[in-house]
Design a protein around this ligand. Structure first.
Ligand SMILES: C[S@@+](CC[C@H](N)C(=O)[O-])C[C@H]1O[C@@H](n2cnc3c(N)ncnc32)[C@H](O)[C@@H]1O
Length: 312
């Protein structure tokens, strides 16, 4: 099935990993629960009839609630992007003046979901980052003709696809709440997919993540009766994610090489080994052999051999 791409952009977007995630996700009779929604790309492709979706970023939740209740729709988005696109193409300093105008309108507290999409699509490298006061602080992509007809059509098609997938309340509910309020809502028939900010990696106003957060997440997921999948990073060329050894190693872990693209340039590709941690059987799925469980087994075998030899 073709991957549905959402209209919001972000550097942590899981688009390329969706087939891998959905391949290991068991089909359950209950709900899809996603406490760290982000752009929503995983939830939209999971295509469950019922879903509980949360994120502490209010702009994401406001946007999708607007899509759900119809206040954000294709005709209005088309009108908006064509108008703002024209202003951008004519603005001083190769469009920068108009980008700054929309950005300060947004940051002044208007927080229009339409402006949110404008900033997301005209910002540098499709990045999402909020400053210390919760202000959008990505610079302009420096393309005054950003909202040319073909690009507007692309965004409108993306909006149209997500609006077809999002079910009306109460089947799908969006919550501007922390994961600690969402995970306990899960029951044994549900599946939880978690993609928290990666510990020790990029951080912004809505993406602060400490060891305490990871520990709380670990306790909540250890207690849940639902099935869960957690996305995290396993290691990169320089170091391992210490949270795997500290918390997640008691679960099943599968891994995959992945490149995060921050723009099209090769030097902006960051290679990382991604991990999926789950509380259900993963037999028959290639594990990539990066699991620390395997390392522990080897250590245990070495220990047993030492025991045998010491008695010879
Ligand atoms: C890595 S992103 C999720 C990316 C998403 N899977 C995608 O493909 O677009 C993590 C998300 O968690 C949200 N977040 C950070 N701390 C949170 C918390 N305590 N509770 C809920 N959401 C949180 C951030 O706002 C961000 O949208």
């Amino acid at each position: 099935m073709k991957t549905i791409i959402p209209p919001i952009k972000s550097q942590g977007i899981k688009t390329k990993l969706v087939p891998w995630i959905m391949n290991i996700a068991p089909k359950v009779s209950g709900r899809w629960i996603e406490p760290f929604l982000g752009t929503g790309v995983v939830a939209f492709n999971a295509r469950y009839q019922q879903a509980i979706l949360g994120d502490t970023n209010p702009h994401i939740i406001k946007f999708y609630k607007g899509v759900q209740d119809g206040t954000i729709n294709v005709p209005l988005m088309k009108q908006y992007l064509q108008k703002e696109g024209k202003l951008l193409s004519k603005a001083e300093n190769d469009g920068y003046e108009h980008y700054l105008k929309v950005r300060s309108r947004f940051n002044s507290g208007e927080f229009s979901s339409y402006d949110f999409i404008f900033l997301s699509r005209a910002g540098f490298n499709g990045m999402m980052r909020f400053g210390s006061k919760g202000n959008w602080n990505i610079p302009f992509c420096k393309k005054p003709n950003r909202f040319a007809q073909a690009y507007v059509t692309k965004i409108l098609n993306q909006l149209s696809s997500v609006s077809q997938v999002i079910q009306a309340e109460p089947d799908w509910t969006f919550h501007n709440r922390s994961f600690s309020e969402i995970i306990p809502l899960a029951t044994e028939n549900d599946i939880i997919y978690c993609d928290p900010p990666y510990y020790g990696r990029h951080v912004d106003y809505y993406n602060g993540w400490t060891e305490k957060d990871e520990e709380l997440l670990f306790h909540l997921l250890s207690e849940t009766k639902a099935k869960f999948i957690l996305s995290t990073w396993h290691h990169n060329d320089w170091r391992e994610n210490e949270m795997i050894g500290k918390f997640w190693k008691k679960f099943n872990i599968i891994t995959k090489d992945h490149f995060y693209h921050n723009g099209g340039r090769v030097e902006n590709r960051k290679s990382v080994v991604e991990a999926l941690v789950c509380n259900f059987e993963t037999t028959g799925i290639t594990t990539h052999n990066h699991g620390l469980k395997e390392k522990e087994n080897i250590k245990q075998l070495e220990f047993q051999w030492q025991e045998v030899f010491s008695h010879c």
